[in-house]
Design a protein around this ligand. Structure first.
Ligand code: BTN
Length: 252
């Protein structure tokens, strides 16, 4: 265990593993055991069962990328505002990319960070809720740092692919921790309007007419108008605004 003085909260305690099944699973077990300290980060060089959104697996080459989960105890948060944790995390990843000199970043609702329209990072959050409060959260981040892609890859990217050289994962990780600290502090201090405004500023396809698909296969042209108070996506189609939860709409 590494006790790090530079971090405010995130990464103050850092548990590093060469190999784990899943950092989210490990961090969740720490919460369940009632032993977790807020800001504890569990990181791994390789995951044998990395979890992705909607039951997908998260694939990452050994030792190439950031695979980490951090633990929060956001007891000030109502469960209905849990999307604020996605907001904080995606904005922090965007901030980190900006510190690294990368500007063409966007946040794809609900959990992806894109550079030039290609995914560079994904987020997976699990909350422990009781007494109408979020007692604890595990926020998992998979961030492509040195992942190699085949020529012509159109969906995913990495820092290496963008910057054209090998990047030190520890340096990116420490920048990310300080960006997470700042955004989490904004949330704690109640600067929600700043977080909401920044989120919309970087939201992929915000106010842009684009194609979407519904679970029944129907496709339509719509325009993202923002998020409701639960973090659901508001899409306007032929003058009518509809609210969608995750899994209820796909970007095409
Ligand atoms: C997504 O599908 O986009 C979310 C991916 C989240 C992957 C990260 S890697 C570190 C942490 N541990 C896991 O098992 N998953 C998350």
């Amino acid at each position: 265990m590494d006790n790090r003085r530079n971090s405010l909260v995130i990464g103050k305690v850092l548990l590093e593993f060469e190999r784990l099944d899943s950092t989210n699973r490990y961090a969740w077990d720490m919460i369940s055991d009632g032993k977790s300290i807020e800001g504890t980060v569990v990181s791994a060089g390789f995951q044998t069962a990395g979890k992705g959104q909607v039951g997908n697996t998260w694939i990452s080459d050994a030792g190439s990328n950031l695979l980490l989960s951090f633990i929060l105890h956001p007891k000030f948060m109502l469960p209905k505002h849990q999307f604020d944790l996605n907001r904080v995390t995606s904005l922090a990843i965007r901030d980190c990319l900006q510190v690294l000199g990368i500007d063409n970043t966007s946040i794809k609702w609900p959990n992806d960070v894109l550079v030039g329209g290609k995914k560079i990072a994904g987020i997976l959050i699990r909350n422990l809720i009781s007494h109408n409060r979020i007692q604890a959260s595990v926020v998992g981040i998979g961030f492509n740092i040195n992942q190699q892609f085949e020529d012509g890859e159109i969906k995913a990217t990495s820092l290496h692919a963008i910057l054209g050289s090998h990047q030190k994962t520890e340096e990116v990780r420490d920048i990310l921790f300080s960006c997470l600290d700042k955004r989490y502090l904004q949330l704690k201090q109640g600067h929600n309007s700043k977080l909401h405004a920044d989120y919309l500023k970087f939201l992929f396809r915000y106010e842009t007419l684009s194609n979407y698909r519904l679970p029944d296969g129907k496709e339509f042209l719509g325009t993202i108008k923002g998020l409701d108070e639960y973090g659901r996506l508001i899409v306007e189609h032929e003058g009518i605004a509809t609210v969608y939860s995750i899994k209820e709409i796909a970007f095409i």
